[in-house]
Ligand binder design. Structure first.
Ligand code: ATP
Length: 367
């Protein structure tokens, strides 16, 4: 029997509630499939660790993760610690340390979930946003000097490299090619950002020639927000830089009904290092400890993790159980207008997996 080594990093806030729920789901699906098993190792990194040791994770933390097959992550964020410290000290250290350069965010309208878009049907909203995850606007290059003085200056430098752009665009074209519609929208802002984004556009045209069966169009990031709202069915796979995709994917999650549902994967496509899977939401301290966090975003992330491990049947089974939960109003948490608890949703989804009930709803994770 195959044994997968999984690192769990709950992090902060509701991460500590949804990651254990995700771990329960993984144990349930492994038992039901009976062809693989998981070995979990939990890491208590995050805000509490920072209060004790002054760092979000240990210096040699990456070494403890290196031999894992995948990482399930919760969230990083703490009201007492500046956001840039929590973000760079944990999540980005792992993403950059393991060169997880493709951040993949599927967005679908799941059964039973209402989109804030009027008249939006399930078939109208089925996107995957690919976010460049290693450079761009979040390169980390910049500085701040003369703090507090009238001459204070600060800069964040956008860095796009040819290899960095080529590899993310190639990944996005390949993903688009694997989906039914074979359609990729390349998001840009080359009218205003006239160096890096012009190179981005040019490389997109070059890579497009390698994928003649993928139809490709270009959209300015500002126009893209309008298109997502007014013509959602015109989109399928989308690729954008780090900052642009960061913003667009939050909009996408909101259009699909709730931040609590959306998943994301930080992938090293070359599989040199473990990839990391996490719900898109943050630590949500306002609902922490109340037992009402929606675990669906984590469950969908688990489906992506299974798909990445090559366990496509198990991934489909998880998605089918997730769709059963979203289609059942009694299993809606507060963010979806219901009153179900994290425990109730987790128990119901695990039971659905155990009972092997066949999908009335199953769609594949990516397509
Ligand atoms: P961070 O600073 O870590 O990004 P945040 O609290 O500012 O976290 P989010 O956690 O992303 O932002 O979410 C904003 C709000 O959406 C939360 O305050 C919470 O009310 C709601 N929310 C987010 N995720 C969930 C969830 N899984 N279940 C229920 N509500 C959620």
């Amino acid at each position: 029997m195959k044994r997968y080594r999984i690192a769990t990093i709950p992090g902060d806030g509701i991460g500590k509630e949804v990651v254990p729920a995700g771990q329960r789901l993984m144990a349930a699906v492994a038992k039901a499939m009976d062809s693989f098993a998981f070995e979990f190792e939990n890491f208590d990194w995050g805000g509490d660790y920072y209060r004790r040791f002054g760092v979000m994770m240990p210096e040699d933390g990456l070494d403890a993760l290196r031999d894992k097959d995948a990482i399930l992550f919760g969230s990083a964020g703490d009201p007492d610690i500046p956001d840039h410290v929590t973000l760079w000290g944990l999540r980005l250290r792992i993403c950059q340390g393991f060169d997880q350069y493709a951040n993949v965010r599927p967005t679908r309208l799941l059964p039973g979930i209402e989109s804030p878009l009027r008249h939006c049907r399930i078939e109208d909203l089925n996107w995957v946003i690919v976010r460049e995850n290693s450079e761009g606007e979040y390169s980390g290059i910049g500085g701040r000097v003369h703090q507090g003085h009238p001459i204070e200056v600060a800069s964040d430098v956008t860095v796009l490299t040819r290899p960095g752009v080529e590899r993310i665009l190639r990944y996005a074209f390949r993903l688009a090619q694997s989906r039914r519609r074979k359609q990729l929208t390349v998001v840009t802002k080359s009218n205003a950002q006239r160096h890096a984004m012009v190179m981005w556009d040019q490389i997109a045209r070059e890579i497009a020639r390698e994928f003649p069966d993928v139809s490709c169009d270009k959209e300015l990031v500002d126009a893209m927000t309008v298109r997502m709202v007014s013509r959602p069915a015109s989109l399928d796979t989308v690729v954008a830089t780090n900052l642009h995709a960061d913003i667009l994917s939050d909009l996408a999650a909101a259009l699909a009904g709730s931040l609590g549902i959306a998943p994301t994967a930080n992938i090293d496509p070359e599989r040199r290092y473990p990839s990391m899977f996490e719900p898109i939401h943050g630590s949500a301290f306002d609902i922490m400890g109340k037992g009402i966090a929606n675990p669906i975003g984590t469950f969908w992330s688990v489906a992506m993790l299974l798909d990445h491990l090559g366990e496509a049947d198990a991934a489909r089974r998880v998605m089918s159980a997730v769709e059963y939960a979203t289609a059942t109003p009694a299993l809606h948490t507060r963010d979806l207008g219901g009153s179900a608890t994290t425990e109730q949703v987790t128990a119901a989804v695990c039971e659905r997996i155990r009972s092997g009930a066949e999908p009335p709803y199953a769609l594949s994770v990516g397509a």
